[in-house]
Design a protein around this ligand. Structure first.
Ligand SMILES: NC(=O)c1ccc[n+]([C@@H]2O[C@H](COP(=O)([O-])OP(=O)(O)OC[C@H]3O[C@@H](n4cnc5c(N)ncnc54)[C@H](O)[C@@H]3O)[C@@H](O)[C@H]2O)c1
Length: 329
């Protein structure tokens, strides 16, 4: 039995990690419900292997409590893994540089320091494909080894989110290089889940709007933009695959994504079809500067090293979202 300490545990990747680990392992998780709720773990909350706290990554006293709990539990567990899922993720928020920096950079670093202090085996750092910025696609997908060209900082505060996350990759790499801990960073692209609460994320935005009004308003960027979308069962699968592959915990970064690319307009049509609506109306309003038209990552490194591959097609994933939506009052 291992011990997993998960920040942002009720978020999309965190809640699925609990579901997949709780049968055999001990989990201590916390979330401040900034962008999720306890509902996402309602099916596992009573499991004695899972302890949940409504805690904030930036609250030093609360993090001290987590540390004490880990120290008390660790001797009865084989290995301790820290997984940092907590972050200010959503576009609406990450334009606010101060709060993004506090949670995504300072919070990540303090959690890493704690992992090292308690003698954890490895630290999984959730980074982002935003680090590729405007160059987030290439023939065959952008690779971890490709050069990074950031968007113009004057165009887009979103660059601050990307550079903050990039900084966390350096903290982790440094700690691994110095032999303090094992671990890796993960560059996710567009994770979605059937439980996603955040209505400004593209998939829930489209589904809810079309279900309620038969129409949806998109940014004008969506006339040409394409994206790939990764189901949270698969984002979680990648975290598990990396944790189970010792050689992969080398301090480096891994792209985690699908290569099933879709135009946003076709995504609207797919969502409408699943909702049984034949002719959804699409309206356009607003423009986001420095928004790449495509984001396609190569996952060759992850696949070669761990054997991971995505298991849920976008068609199946949207079906799962629609089923959940149908059950909502
Ligand atoms: N969702 C995506 O498309 C995406 C893309 C790239 C990278 N990522 C990264 O992956 C990781 C996991 O994201 P996710 O997909 O599960 O997103 P998510 O927003 O569903 O989960 C993040 C969780 O962190 C919590 N949180 C935020 N601030 C906190 C704080 N101060 N203290 C405690 N909890 C806090 C939120 O309430 C939320 O439950 C994040 O680090 C994110 O930056 C996600």
């Amino acid at each position: 039995m291992n011990l997993y300490v998960i920040s942002g545990v009720t978020g999309m990747t965190g809640n699925e990690l609990v579901r997949q680990l709780v049968g055999e392992h001990r989990i201590i998780g916390f979330d401040n419900f900034f962008a999720s709720s306890i509902d996402t773990v309602s099916d596992v909350i009573d499991n004695p292997n899972f302890t949940f706290h409504e805690f904030d990554l930036n609250d030093t006293a609360q993090m001290e409590e987590i540390k004490k709990e880990v120290l008390a539990a660790k001797d009865s567990c084989e290995k301790v893994f820290y997984i940092n899922c907590a972050a200010v993720v959503h576009t609406e928020h990450f334009y606010y540089v101060n709060r993004t920096f506090t949670t995504n950079v300072l919070g990540m670093k303090a959690f890493l320091d704690q992992a090292i202090e308690v003698g954890a085996y490895a630290y999984i750092n959730c980074s982002t494909s935003e680090v590729y910025s405007m160059n987030s696609w290439a023939e065959g997908g952008v690779k971890e080894s490709d050069y990074i060209t950031l968007a113009n900082a004057e165009h887009s505060q979103r660059t601050s989110y990307a550079t903050g996350k990039l900084m966390t990759e350096f903290f982790l790499r440094d700690a691994v290089n110095e032999g303090q801990i094992k671990g890796c960073s993960i560059r996710f692209a567009n994770v979605y889940s059937k439980n996603e609460l955040y209505p400004k994320h593209i998939i829930p935005h489209i589904l809810i709007s079309i279900k309620e009004t038969g129409s949806v308003t998109l940014l004008t960027n969506s006339r040409t933009n394409r994206r790939t979308f990764l189901h949270n069962i698969d984002s979680c699968g990648a975290v598990l695959a990396l944790m189970n592959t010792d050689e992969a915990l080398d301090g480096s970064a891994y792209n985690v994504a699908t290569d099933e690319e879709i135009y946003i307009i076709d995504l609207v049509k797919l969502c409408a079809k699943k909702l049984g609506i034949t002719d959804p109306q699409i309206m356009y309003d607003g423009y986001r500067a420095s928004d790449p038209e495509r984001r396609v990552l190569s996952t060759e490194k992850l696949r070669t090293r761990t054997g991971w591959k995505p298991t849920i097609s976008l068609d199946e994933g949207i079906e799962m979202c629609v089923e959940t939506l149908r059950r909502k009052p």
